[in-house]
Design a protein around this ligand. Structure first.
Ligand code: NCD
Length: 312
């Protein structure tokens, strides 16, 4: 058979539930080993190529994927805006991915349309990693968050997490809730204005999984109970009108004063970018761990690349 005609059936990661809890534990273990022994991994992806296809803006996700592949000794190709790809000429996602998958060993893709990475994975010869699809999911941010929580809190069971801000459009929130529902004794407190509450389909999933959750409008009411506070940005780009965004954008602004009733060992997370929702004075509080979290993102993405390429 002509070698160029061989078809592959790769494993893609579109939603965090595409990974079992055991696989997530394996990735966390690998990431921790990379942090301790980076030299062991520095040539492991030699001659491999990652394609980063970003149809939507990104700083952390794209650059941490790029840095991750470079630290593994591999190479990176791709584009950082749709306007510099053939999407601008009207090419479909399916065709773009079909082509890129002939040139790269693994693809990380972000797209404003929910479901686009799933469609992409159906037309790819290599693994596709969803790097964020609209207001839907962001599984590699979730892996980042899980590595952060496990390193800072010593595990992923038995704690209370408060999600605050835009729980309607915040894809990082949706993916992290789906992941944590599978661990034991995790309690969820959802803090949002009525317009930005967690979507019904997510609440139904939580109920079906028997997750313990409650909803608050005021951050102050939840603060003393939290072990983890997960702040989020109001997702301007997903609003239908500017007026609603302006009215809601400053619903929550975390300050040192508001942190007074919080536990001394609570951790403050944020997927970043922040706009106004965490005052910069909080950055020097020992509980702030959002920059640490972004750092974790590079290592867990290294672990995921290795795993999907069958190298670890
Ligand atoms: C998040 C995203 O893109 O969903 N950013 C990220 O990847 N760290 C959060 C956000 O944009 O608010």
């Amino acid at each position: 058979m002509d070698k160029l005609e061989v078809k592959h059936n790769p494993r893609s990661i579109i939603n965090i539930t595409d990974l079992t809890v055991e696989e997530i534990d394996h990735l966390i273990k690998t990431a921790n080993d990379i942090i301790e022994n980076p030299e062991k991994y520095q040539d492991i992806c030699a001659h491999k190529k990652l394609a980063t296809l970003f149809f939507e803006p990104s700083t952390r996700t794209r650059l941490s994927f790029t840095a991750a592949m470079m630290e593994l000794g591999g190479n990176v190709i791709g584009f950082s805006e749709a306007s510099s790809s053939s999407a601008a000429k009207g090419e479909s996602v399916a065709d773009t991915i079909h082509i890129v998958s002939l040139y790269a060993d693994i693809i990380a893709m972000r797209h404003p349309k929910e479901g686009a990475p799933l469609v992409a994975s159906e037309h790819s010869e290599v693994p596709v990693i969803n790097a964020g699809d609209g207001g839907h999911f962001h599984p590699t941010q979730t892996l980042t968050d899980l590595l952060t929580i496990s390193r800072k809190k010593g595990g992923l069971n038995n704690f209370t997490i408060g999600f605050c801000g835009d729980l309607k459009f915040g894809r990082t929130v949706h993916s992290l809730i789906e992941a944590l529902m599978r661990y034991k004794g995790v309690k969820f407190i959802l803090i949002a204005p009525p317009e930005l509450r967690l979507p019904k389909y997510m609440k139904e999933k939580m109920n079906a999984a028997g997750a313990e959750w409650k909803e608050y409008e005021k951050l102050e009411d939840a603060m003393p109970d939290l072990d983890v506070l997960y702040m989020t940005r109001v997702q301007k780009e997903r609003f239908f009108n500017e007026e609603d965004y302006v009215r809601l954008r400053d619903s929550y602004i975390l300050t040192l004063d508001k942190l007074k009733p919080a536990k001394k060992d609570m951790i403050i997370m944020h997927p970043l970018p922040r706009v106004n929702e965490i005052s910069v004075e909080v950055d020097s509080d020992p509980r702030a761990c959002y920059f640490y979290q972004a750092h974790c993102g590079k290592y867990i993405r290294e672990a995921l690349i290795l795993y999907l390429l069958g190298l670890k």
